[in-house]
Write a protein that binds this ligand. Structure first.
Ligand code: ZN
Ligand code: ZN
Length: 564
């Protein structure tokens, strides 16, 4: 279990204590411990094994014992007791934006709301608006957010789904009756959110394969017996699972068909007829005289009609990591730790982009802190230069807030002191499309802006971004030589990949940025690369795939332009 996952359990326990009306000090202790653990460098598991977890402030022997039980059994007694004391649907209502444990408890105790459906009914009947501390506007918002949550709850982030499926596939390999097993469907096409997990199994003996599946999943085989070629079940978190069986001789064709998309398969068959049985998937395209189409490009028929297909970007193509945080703002690790981690990953440059001054909740940097950080960057760069290893450089960047009127967050002389500027919106999301677009356009036209950060501010399955005229923003980026960020956090993946081709066709560079707030966050680029490939992105269209020298030259060219 990762530190993040442990922290999530502790935070949930804090909410459970508040929901059940327990001792608020106890709740806060869990909340504090969760925050501490989130920021720990070493895995909690190692600290527990070494007996040093209790050396950390706020983690006593009792809590350490609970964490040990959590690691061993997936829960602990207090949590189980609290869960048992609550109506089962209550916890989900906590996921509604604007509803904390305190409000949820009030709704439960005064209106008898115990799940999302109760809450929706109470809101529709106008009963929320009459409650102390709610009001008509809150009620409207809650209703809107219930609708969103309902549409979200059937889906999973790609990162969440693929992690489970990779484990399942690993467990299935080599089991009786299973000659080969591979992920298919939307998961293989790397869509950013997933509503079902599809697998294809090569087998000569479907009955045995079926039994192996049931054994590994620990479930009954509930499939409709008439559908002998499909096994349906669910992953541990409830995501529907569909497993398709095919003989090894026609595995390739089955894998191709169940990878989809429907639109891609239909367009193929319309042009080339249904493919013959093939053991190897590549043969499906080859037999039609087509180049192999990477699964990421199979959302539509475009790749079938293209004269040539691009060599899609891979993680190995990345040379730098540009948008990252440190303890100078709201990151968990120091600048040195973050940079050295990037270096260990084989990258040759690291951009630090802590938050700018106005973003107080994220510990944004006043000008003195900026100067301090830039001095540290100089010292570290000197150190890297002298250690004789492969060239490595830290670039001084900033994640400058885009203020409500589109201005950046420092005076020009401070902005000029950075090697590059990522401009991002973090506040005032409730603008109209026209307002939000004007705001972003003004930031893009600022001569100091290098990259537009997470262009819509969306959080997948949690928050819609502000409405944006994407085409206008792309036009402006092309005009001003500003790169577009593809924020690689698995909950963001913003810029949406559907806009990438439009941007690159106009010469706009895409920067795949992890927006890491801790060392392990640097690895999030893999999610960005996954969806970038869906946008046909090649290495030469990606800003942080430029080698160190070329990236330095790119920045220098932009600065010269600014002076002229
Ligand atoms: Zn940001
Ligand atoms: Zn950031």
């Amino acid at each position: 279990m990762t530190n993040k996952q442990i922290a999530r359990f502790l935070k949930e326990t804090a909410s459970l204590i508040e929901l059940t009306g327990g001792n608020p000090f106890r709740g806060r202790a869990f909340d504090r411990a969760a925050r501490t653990i989130e920021r720990l460098e070493e895995p909690v598991e190692d600290l527990l094994a070494a007996g040093t977890l209790t050396d950390i402030q706020g983690i006593g022997a009792g809590l350490a014992g609970q964490i040990q039980t959590l690691l061993d059994f997936g829960s602990f007694e207090l949590r189980d007791e609290l869960l048992a004391a609550l109506p089962p649907g209550l916890l989900e209502t906590l996921r509604i934006k604007g509803l904390g444990a305190k409000k949820v408890r009030k709704l439960w105790k005064t209106l008898g709301v115990t799940n999302l459906e109760d809450l929706e009914e109470a809101a529709v009947m106008g009963r929320l608006a009459e409650l102390d501390g709610f009001g008509a506007k809150t009620q409207d918002n809650i209703l809107k957010n219930i609708k969103l949550l309902k549409s979200y709850r059937a889906r999973r982030h790609y990162a969440t789904a693929i992690a489970q499926v990779e484990m399942l596939v690993e467990a299935l390999r080599g089991q009786p009756g299973i000659a080969r097993v591979e992920p298919a469907g939307a998961l293989r096409r790397k869509l950013e959110t997933i509503d079902a997990a599809d697998l294809v199994v090569a087998t000569d003996d479907p009955a045995t394969a079926r039994a192996s599946l049931a054994a590994v999943l620990g479930t009954e085989d509930t499939s409709d017996i008439l559908e002998a070629s499909v096994f349906t079940g669910a992953l541990e978190d409830g995501l529907p699972l569909r497993v398709y069986f095919a003989s090894p001789q026609r595995f390739g064709t089955a894998w191709w068909r169940h990878t989809g998309s429907e639109a891609h398969v239909a367009a193929f068959e319309e042009a080339h007829g249904a493919p013959a049985d093939q053991a190897d998937e590549a043969a499906v395209y080859a037999q039609a005289g087509l180049a192999f189409v990477e699964p990421e490009l199979r959302e539509d028929a475009d790749a079938l009609r293209a004269a040539t297909l691009p060599r899609l970007i891979t993680e190995d193509d990345l040379r730098g990591s540009l948008h990252n945080h440190s303890t100078y703002s709201d990151g968990a690790h120091t600048l040195r730790q973050m940079a050295e981690c990037a270096r260990r990953m084989g990258l040759s440059y690291f951009g630090i982009c802590d938050h700018s001054q106005s973003l107080r909740i994220a510990n944004g940097m006043p000008v003195e802190r900026v100067i301090e950080q830039q001095e540290e960057i100089r010292r570290l760069n000197q150190e890297f230069e002298q250690d004789g290893d492969a060239p490595f450089r830290i670039f001084s960047g900033i994640e400058s807030d885009i203020l409500a009127d589109g201005a950046l967050d420092y005076p020009d002389d401070v902005l000029a002191s950075f090697d590059f500027v990522v401009a991002s919106v973090h506040t005032r999301f409730n603008m109209t499309e026209e307002q939000a677009t004007d705001r972003v356009l003004r930031a893009v036209s600022n001569p100091y802006t290098t990259i537009l950060g997470h262009p819509t501010g969306r959080l997948l399955l949690a928050r819609e971004g502000y409405p944006l005229d994407h085409q206008a923003v792309i036009d402006a980026c092309a005009q001003h030589g500003v790169a577009l960020e593809l924020n690689a956090h698995p909950y963001r993946l913003d810029l949406d990949w559907r806009w990438i081709r439009k941007a690159t066709r106009q010469g706009v560079m895409i920067s795949i940025n992890p927006d890491a707030h801790a060392m392990d966050g640097l690895y999030d680029v893999r999610w960005g690369v996954a969806v970038a490939r869906k946008g046909w992105l090649t290495a030469d269209q990606c800003l942080n795939a430029l080698p160190l020298d070329a990236f330095t030259a790119w920045l220098a060219a932009r600065q010269t332009e600014r002076v002229v």
